[in-house]
Ligand binder design. Structure first.
Ligand code: URA
Length: 224
């Protein structure tokens, strides 16, 4: 019974967002013949939908708005919260422009890590996360990386924010494609962190690439 409950809780923390528009754009992104510009355009369209899903966790507050016809009480995103978009360089940048358009009050805190090709462990080279967090409960963090592969870089990124006492429920991982190995890795360390993706693929190959995946996301997005 305990195992079933644990499994249910883990499933609830993975949101696989699927609709015909996402499926169509995911096909474009995965196709080996798609060029970088087309990948970037398709990724932007998907980002919008992932961000809308992630933003469901943001608290709202009452606001009075005056339309040309009347004043009325409605709701809006609480202006007293801090929203952070945290792209893992470099591929995570693909979400940034669209994300800041959707949530203009957010700040972008870049995290630079590359993957050691032999150990598949993340190597730090940039960290824009040091900041004051007087009211950590009021922080909401969306960490972006198109590929959740081993999950090692994302775990390092989550730690940065967890160390600042930001509630793990306020931290979301936003990715395009996830591997089961990476999901398990993250959930074994941070089961409270929600993962929002559009697909969970078959497996990782020996080089740590997601199969079928989209290949090297950074290379494909930035035409390198
Ligand atoms: N990073 C990528 O760019 N692609 C993968 O398949 C896995 C990690």
């Amino acid at each position: 019974m305990k195992n079933i409950m644990e499994k249910k809780e883990k499933m609830e923390k993975i949101k696989i967002i699927k609709n015909p528009v996402i499926l169509q754009n995911l096909c474009i992104i995965r196709d080996r013949n798609t060029n970088s510009q087309e990948i970037r355009i398709a990724a932007r369209k998907i980002t919008r939908m992932l961000l809308y899903e992630a933003s469901k966790c943001l608290p709202v507050t009452e606001k009075t708005v005056t339309t040309p016809l009347a004043s009325f009480k409605t709701e809006t995103i609480d202006p007293d919260i801090n929203i952070i978009i945290s792209p893992i360089l470099r591929a995570g940048l693909i979400f940034t422009d669209e994300a800041i358009d959707i949530l203009p009050q957010a700040c972008i805190r870049h995290i630079g890590m590359y993957r050691d090709e032999e150990t598949l462990k993340p190597v730090w080279y940039y960290n824009k996360v040091p900041m004051k967090t007087q009211n950590p409960d009021k922080f909401y963090v969306f960490i972006t990386d198109p590929m959740l592969a081993t999950g090692n870089s994302l775990i390092e990124a989550i730690k940065l924010y967890a160390d600042k006492q930001i509630p793990l429920e306020n931290i979301k991982i936003i990715c395009l494609i996830a591997a089961p190995e990476g999901i398990n890795n993250i959930q074994s360390k941070f089961p409270e962190v929600e993962i929002i993706t559009t697909a969970v693929d078959s497996h990782l190959n020996e080089q740590g690439y997601i199969v079928p995946g989209m290949g090297d996301a950074g290379d494909r997005i930035f035409n390198t």
